[in-house]
Design a binder for this molecule. Structure first.
Ligand code: ATP
Ligand code: MG
Length: 429
């Protein structure tokens, strides 16, 4: 996010780029997302420029350029502080596989260039004086928070199936809705989503979920059934809305960050860890993203199993605390904290096997002095010395027993005390 001054500089250097193009007799406009976001008063990430100049003309006019996508007409111009994608006005035709235009044709006319863009709110341009060019009524739609295709929606979705997901994302991010004819076209064309690479699906779902109103986007996704047609199966994420769906949607906005929101969604949809894993892999989440989401689902499975055991046994708070500490050991603190955040947001009546964890877990966690095995004041080396036997699986087991004893407050986290504790356990065997 850029501060005001920085944004002013971003615009000032964009105007320098445009000025040079204009002085050479070409046309130049700011186009696309930054025009939309400026009208909304939202922070601008980057500024794209459209021009009548051909790529080689753009290249010749600027000292520092990067030939980003020459075939598609895009040259990146590097200024003192920023970079700008400068793209020749173009027309796209003969879409291949419902995704990529087979041909782009350079044209001389801004309006034609705006016509190829997906939604009216994305099809506006600003000239160097800041005057708006808006041939398709984008500003009105923006004011009404209305997502409407430029031209015939069914044709536009048939050309490029990704637009359906983009439409849902923009409606969600704007807190708006999709125009009726655009929505109908989406329902008719939804099967073509299978032509879209899963990486693109991920990007759209990620932005939508990270935004200010994820519930709106996920409600639309469920209503449209769109995700059922993804190239790879998305399991519970694509299924029909379950019982308690409105409450689940509310929970999404109540947890922070897309990772936890996905975790809450999957928990609320009763996807187990195994199914969740298939889903996040299908969506090509990064390793870190997968870990964050799956950690929460793993914590739930661990806690549920521990809770069941506690219910089956003689009970008492100790059994629950022990199950909780074991889940902490197995899943880590982040996963448990994430689980608390998600389950709290999901509200509702908790299952019996989870209720004590939900009620007391965070207080227990606060009091547990160790988080991971290395946190205890006893090392494998200490134990090897004391035991006088070769290393083996027993070593880790002994350390884990010592960890749990500290976690439950049975033994202080001191080396001598821990060594004595382990020796006493050995003598019991
Ligand atoms: P954001 O960057 O916030 O995701 P954006 O609207 O800037 O939103 P980009 O992918 O950066 O999205 O695209 C820039 C512009 O290019 C869009 O505003 C739109 O005019 C056009 N555009 C992008 N993707 C498509 C598409 N699939 N079909 C038609 N036009 C598109
Ligand atoms: Mg953009």
């Amino acid at each position: 996010m850029k501060g005001n001054l920085e944004e002013e500089l971003l615009y000032a250097e964009a105007r320098e780029v445009m000025r040079r193009l204009l002085d050479a007799g070409h046309e130049a406009y700011i186009v696309g997302g930054s025009v939309r976001d400026r009208l909304l008063g939202r922070p601008i990430g980057d500024i794209d420029i459209a021009t009548s100049a051909l790529p080689e003309q753009v290249t010749a006019l600027f000292r520092r350029v990067v030939p980003t996508g020459l075939a598609h007409g895009t040259v990146t111009v590097v200024t003192a502080h920023y970079t700008y994608e400068v793209t020749t006005f173009r027309k796209e035709s003969a879409y291949e596989d419902h995704r990529r235009p087979e041909e782009v044709e350079f044209i001389g006319d801004l309006e034609e260039d705006l016509r190829r863009r997906d939604f009216t709110i994305n099809a506006m341009a600003l000239d160097i004086e800041g005057r708006l060019r808006d041939p398709f009524g984008g500003r009105d739609d923006l004011e009404r928070r209305l997502i409407r295709c430029v031209g015939d929606p069914e044709t536009r979705f048939r050309e490029d199936a990704l637009r359906m997901l983009r439409g849902v994302r923009f409606a969600s991010l704007l807190g708006g809705r999709i125009a009726k004819s655009t929505w109908r076209a989406l329902l008719r064309q939804r099967e073509t989503l299978r032509y879209v690479a899963m990486e693109r699906v991920r990007d759209e779902l990620w932005k939508l979920t990270a935004g200010s109103d994820p519930a709106r986007g996920w409600a639309m996704l469920a209503r449209s059934g769109l995700l059922r047609y993804a190239k790879e199966p998305l399991g519970a994420l694509a299924g029909p809305a379950p019982d308690g769906w409105p409450r689940l949607l509310c929970a999404l906005g109540a947890v922070d960050g897309p990772e936890l929101r996905f975790a809450a969604l999957l928990l609320g949809l009763a996807a187990g860890e195994a199914e969740a894993k298939r889903i996040v892999q299908a969506l090509r989440f990064s390793g870190a993203q997968q870990d964050a989401v799956l950690g929460v689902l793993r914590a739930e499975e661990r806690l549920a199993a521990g809770g069941e055991a506690a219910l089956a046994g003689p009970g008492g708070e100790r059994a629950w605390r022990r199950a909780y500490a074991e889940a902490l050991y197995a899943c880590g603190e982040d996963a448990l904290r994430g689980w608390h955040a998600c389950r709290t947001a999901l509200a509702g009546v908790p299952e019996e096997r989870l209720a004590p964890f939900l009620r007391d877990g965070e207080a227990w966690l606060q009091r547990i002095a160790v988080r991971r095995l290395p946190d205890i004041a006893l090392t494998g080396g200490d134990l090897l010395q004391a035991a006088e036997r070769p290393a083996g699986p027993w070593l880790r087991e002994a350390l884990e027993a010592a960890w749990l004893a500290v976690a439950l407050g049975d033994v202080p986290n001191e080396r001598d005390a821990l060594r004595k504790y382990v020796e006493k356990e050995w003598n019991k065997e």
